[in-house]
Write a protein that binds this ligand. Structure first.
Ligand code: S3P
Length: 426
């Protein structure tokens, strides 16, 4: 599907976002192996989180979905059933990586794969620790999906993550739910801690000291009623739109403000953005609030080391902000971008080139000079949701209408994106 985006004069009003993708996956998986029902409000409407629900259903769990609530009838740690056919994680790296931790501990075998993009993403990063826990996993070339997972009784391990990855951390901790004793994970940098908060919420015995997480297994989880905050990574597209389109003034309501995710707001403020947070409350250990933002003069910035890891999903739209800023944006230490839904360094660079925006690409990052003008162009998401949305934001400031091919990729995390953008952009 192709979308056409026209230039806008202002991005204003109030928006609400679908539930956070990272939190929705975790709540669904934990609710499935908890005892009793969990009610989850504002569950992500994105296709990725529905891939997780489909996998959980295929494992014998009954799920009722209504407008704004998902009810998962958990059957306890031993309640999953062998799936009748292959599990389909679709486009979702989170689904395959995190669910594999649970599948590895089952008394049955399973096979899990996904679409063409997912079939090219590396899984050795989860296979290695799960095999250390006693699992047996087969993959194409030892790393690519589909994964054939031979369930085994897992034992606890102490594992130092070789890369900053919340998905890998979660996979090991979810395996640890079934192991007898302490599963210990050391992180090189702090990554999003939604799993730690959700595990505690569902009743697991978990302790966090600095960069070390200790989970005592086996765990008995209990169903919960939870509210998923709006997705800050989806908010990022509108926040940047408001910063670069003249006369903008926007409120993003009910967004997740977990401190392991808000590096975006600090980075924007550091670049000169006028951004304010209002009305903070708590739900399920997660912080939720409203963000106010208005068009501001943006200097430029350098993204590297821990900050790059913390903002990895926001880099496509930060590239757009960088080109529109005074001094441009330098991104370093971002090799992980090459193994996301697309090689995002390549897909950012290709769309920049089509818009006449200069970008200097490195193996692990890029440099975009500031004060650049976006020109009308035929763009492509290349099947990547964040590329579709980031370049829609760029199109708002182009010198004429732009088209985006394969724009329906946005529905992976945000099916309502184009509708919402049209409502607030004039
Ligand atoms: C996620 C972790 C990140 C992120 C992804 C969601 C999560 O991936 O890019 O969109 O929910 O844990 P990595 O763990 O590969 O860094």
């Amino acid at each position: 599907m192709q979308e056409q985006i026209s230039p806008a004069r202002s991005v204003s009003g109030a928006v609400q976002l679908p539930g956070d993708k990272s939190i929705s996956h975790r709540y669904a998986m934990l609710a499935a192996i908890a005892n009793g029902d969990s009610k989850i409000r504002n569950y992500s409407t994105g296709a990725d989180c529905h891939s997780t629900l489909a996998c959980v259903r295929a494992l014998g769990i009954v799920i009722d979905e209504s407008n704004d609530e998902v009810i998962i009838h958990g059957r306890g740690a031993e309640g999953l059933r062998a799936p009748a056919s292959d599990l389909d994680a679709g486009n979702s790296g989170s689904t395959i990586r995190m669910l594999s931790g649970i599948l590895a501990a089952q008394k049955f075998d399973s096979r899990i794969g996904g679409d063409e993009s997912l079939s090219r993403r590396p899984m050795a990063r989860i296979i290695k620790p799960l095999e250390q826990m006693g699992a047996l996993i087969e993959a194409r070339d030892g790393t690519y999906p589909p994964l054939t997972i031979h369930g085994r009784a897992l034992h606890p391990i102490e594992y130092s993550l070789p890369m900053a990855s919340a998905q890998v951390k979660t996979c090991v901790l979810f395996g640890g739910l079934y192991a007898q004793g302490d599963t210990i994970v050391h992180e090189p940098l702090r990554t999003r801690d939604h799993s730690e908060l959700a595990l505690r919420e569902f009743g697991a015995d978990i302790d966090v000291q600095g960069l070390t997480i200790k989970l005592h297994g086996p765990a008995r989880l209990e169903g919960r009623n939870l509210q998923v905050p709006g997705d800050l990574s989806s908010a990022a597209f509108f926040l940047v739109a408001a910063l670069i389109v003249s006369e903008s003034n926007l409120v993003v309501q009910g967004v997740g403000l977990n401190p392991t995710r808000t590096a975006l707001l600090d980075f924007l403020a550091g670049m000169g953005a006028e951004v304010k947070i209002l009305e903070i409350k708590q739900s399920g250990g997660e912080l939720i609030g409203d963000i106010l933002i208005r068009k501001s003069p943006i200097r430029g910035g350098v993204l590297e080391k821990a900050q790059t890891a913390a903002l990895i999903d926001e880099i496509p739209v930060l590239a757009i902000l960088g080109a529109a800023s005074e001094d441009g944006l330098i991104v370093r230490d971002a090799a992980e971008l090459r193994v996301k839904e697309t090689d995002r360094i390549a897909t950012i660079a290709e769309n920049c080139r089509r818009m006449g925006v200069s970008i200097d690409v490195r193996e692990d990052g890029f440099e975009i000079p500031g004060k650049q003008r976006f020109h009308a162009a035929e763009l492509d998401s290349f099947g990547d949701h964040r590329i579709a949305m980031a370049f829609s934001v760029a199109a708002l400031t182009a010198d004429g209408p732009c088209t985006i091919a394969n724009a329906d990729a946005a529905s992976v995390s945000f099916p309502e994106f184009f509708e919402t953008l049209r409502r607030i952009a004039e």
